[in-house]
Design a protein around this ligand. Structure first.
Ligand SMILES: [Zn+2]
Ligand SMILES: [Zn+2]
Length: 319
């Protein structure tokens, strides 16, 4: 099969052996999404070597022969009543959570491998990823895609889930004022997800055509310069730009005792102004991966625009 691999500081599309799924499910990838993390990996982030890609929608090619003892991803879909639950069978359209745990530690047994110490992460840590014809994942990681959700929308489940993950880490309700810094894919998804809570959300960015995507969904936007005038106005600021200037702006915008959510992995060191965090008693929280069920729920009800975030589609054969 063809796979886009990063090895020895070189990115190339090569023929590799189709994975032996062993005790996992084999998935034929229909679409995979390229995101900034992929680009960072090709610059050395996470020290990953192998097939890159962690955002995908696909079709189950084969199931593991012996069903796993660990809790199934379907358990989480039950927390999202709008999704119909069905048994996973070959031929079914699926998306997959990217953290694969050891299956035996307390975290894994409770059904959440995101912080399992022995986890592998699809296309990021110790596990070949999604920019390939086939991938394998534990059956527990797979969730069925509702019929209403097209492949082009379903491929956004992973980044959308990451945006939903903010709601696990910060109190955001309909009377919270939130600024999201960064108008890239992640920032646009975060702003849209947070707006579904009824919170007053302002997206801050540099690109008029990207800010317009949020405006079309009724979200207020500001240029970076304009936002700089709104010092100490916000309860929560989500930093999704990954830049040092975004980090400084986030501290400017927060009022005392506000919450700073760090959503971007900063490549390299950040000049952390610890004194400001202490003096203003800012709570700083990190946020990484989210669960897929809430994201599938949002896709199913068309609560977010993801199509506008597609800049180009390419066929894997022609790369
Ligand atoms: Zn991504
Ligand atoms: Zn574990």
């Amino acid at each position: 099969m063809k796979a886009l691999r990063y090895e020895n500081q070189k990115l190339s599309m090569i023929d590799v052996v189709k994975p032996d799924a062993g005790g996992e499910a084999l998935v034929r990838v229909t679409l995979s999404g390229i995101c900034n993390t992929d680009l960072e990996i090709t610059r050395g982030y996470a020290g990953f070597q192998g097939t890159i890609g962690h955002e995908f929608v696909g079709v189950i090619e084969s199931l593991p022969e012996v069903s796993e003892a660990r809790p199934s991803g379907r358990a989480f879909i039950e927390s999202e009543p709008s999704l119909t639950v069905g048994l996973l069978t070959p031929g079914q359209r699926v998306v997959g959570e990217i953290n694969a745990g050891c299956g035996v530690c307390d975290l894994c047994r409770a059904g959440d491998p995101r912080h399992c110490e022995k986890r592998t992460v699809l296309g990021i840590v110790g596990r070949d990823g999604a920019h390939a014809e086939f991938l394998k994942l534990p059956l527990a990681n797979l969730l069925p895609v509702p019929d209403e959700v097209s492949d082009e929308r379903a491929v956004f489940t992973e980044p959308l889930a990451a945006a939903c993950g903010i709601l696990e880490r910060a109190q955001i309700t309909d009377d919270t004022s939130v600024a999201v810094i960064g108008d890239g894919k992640l920032g646009l998804l975060c702003a849209q997800v947070l707006a579904t809570t009824g919170a007053a959300v302002t997206l801050v960015g540099k690109h008029p055509h990207k800010l317009q995507i949020a405006e079309r969904r009724g979200i207020e936007t500001n240029t970076v310069n304009k936002a700089g005038l709104r010092k100490r106005e916000f309860d929560v600021v989500v930093e999704a730009s990954g830049s040092a200037t975004g980090f400084d702006l986030a501290l400017d915008l927060l009022h005392p005792r506000g919450t700073l959510v760090l959503k971007s992995t900063f490549h390299g060191a950040t000049d952390l102004n610890a004194a400001r965090i202490v003096v203003d008693e800012i709570s700083v929280v990190g946020s990484r991966c989210g669960r897929f069920a809430p994201a599938l729920g949002l896709l199913k009800t068309n609560a977010v625009d993801v199509e506008s975030l597609i800049s180009e589609e390419v066929l894997i054969e022609c790369c």
